[in-house]
Design a protein around this ligand. Sequence first.
Ligand code: NDP
Length: 519
Amino acid sequence: MMYHLRSTAFNTLRHYSKDTKIFSDKILSESHQATSPLNFVLGKRVDAQGSSSFQLIAPATGKVLRNIPNSNEQDISEAVLAARHTFKSWSKWTGFERGKVLKTAAELIRNKVDDLAYTEVLDTGKPIWEARYDILGCADTIEYYGGLAGGIKGDFMQLSGGSFAYTVREPLGVVGGIGAWNFPFQMAAWKSAPALACGNTMVFKPSQVTPLTAVMLGEIYQRAGLPGGCYNVVQGEGETGQILCSHSDIDKVTFTGSVPTGSRIMETCAKGIKHVTLELGGKSPLIIFSDADLDNAVKGAILANFSNQGQVCSNGTRVFVEESIAEDFLAKLIERVDNMKIGDPYHEDTTVGATISSQQAQIVEGYIDNAKKEGATVVYGGERVTPSDPNLAGGIYLRPCILVNCTDDMTVVRKEVFGPVLSLLTFKSEEEVVARANDTEFGLAGGVFTRDLQRAHRVVAAMEAGSIYVNNYNVYPVGVPFGGYKKSGIGRENGEDSLNYYSQIKSVYFEGGDVECPY
Ligand code: NDP
């Protein structure tokens, strides 16, 4: 998930900053973010004390930037303790006061967008303009929750005999946040903003692959006036996440990542009866009817498959095209994808950056090989591209891949690939395609392109997914809830809805007369 703004703004943003720094070893070695301590506790950067460590590798170059120590039990306990301690005062601030801090943070993010985007590219290898786009979207999200914070309230119920009841919406306490690597700054922002707006405090663990910008968010919050201890960051691998989830002083876990890890986290939380929000994987369908505007449908299919190197949870990777237009659709799709520019993510005109890691690239290539063995045909891409800049030789750059002759039972059509692989499937009738679209364990998103209004509404009603796009794909305006059906998750992020997942209701009964007691 990703673009808060409408896709028409893409080109404007791609040229937002003409003076973006050109990627080089010199800049890498000088990067403050790649040398400073990366845990953030009580408003300060600190080093984790764990005896084991992991490597931070820049996907664009494949170069090792540094080793980062894992946070051990003590590091995590200190962060949770700081969050618990600060919760006592932060939760007593009025919503309006909390909102002011968030709104200031949003403005600071906008002022720092190039620095943040630059560092996000260092971590992820995504094109710089996409990173900038993500970060500006996060500023909007934080401002949005800043605006909502003052309006968080309960209800009042008049009862008989002068009695009444009211409800108070209270925070949950200390929230543990755990993020995936595809939108690192966004994960930290989408989780912390509603949590803090409700009066919770947080300990956030980014993916080991992308540790840098969650800490920068901590510094921004600090400058905006957030009390130290409200937002903390611990770095580490899966075990750090496991320790965080099982900590007895964590009241809720909000997680974004894969289904297997989500399931493990839910098990851990079940032991402590902790609240849990899970944003998990997907294998979403995009249905294109023969009456659709074909050019828009092609653009939609590209947005649904190839932004962020295809590493997007809500991607519509099963592209169902009505048989009668399949040939025309494919020709237009290939023509447009062929214009995508692969290479240096720091160049403003790059549209395909580096794949996050060699392991992930191997997984994607494995799916493509397997698809061929199962009878699919690669009509475009799927191979590695070597950028002309020798600096980028260690990065992995995959050309977006289009598969045809796919069937619903193929592994590539059933499993989440999490890479730039589009499977094209054809259909004959609405009833058939809706049944096939829903035939998946996932339910994160779905799309439909048609000019027929009644059909659009019928298909939307029949689709089993948390977000459905009609005549567009992968746009995320601030304020619209996001989350999955089926195995794609539990709970919602974004929108007012998210506040319900970071708060609890206290019902208060007030007696206006004498106690009636039958005993
Ligand atoms: P993972 O599930 O592998 O990891 C996600 C996070 O969980 C990482 O920070 C990871 O740490 C941590 N983790 C791993 N094991 C444990 C554990 N036992 N207890 C607690 N935390 C743990 O997912 P990826 O990072 O590979 O992300 C890709 C997945 O995320 C895809 O399935 C994608 O669809 C999904 N996703 C869902 C989104 C949504 O909103 N629905 C959005 C974006 C991605 P570490 O990496 O350091 O090992």
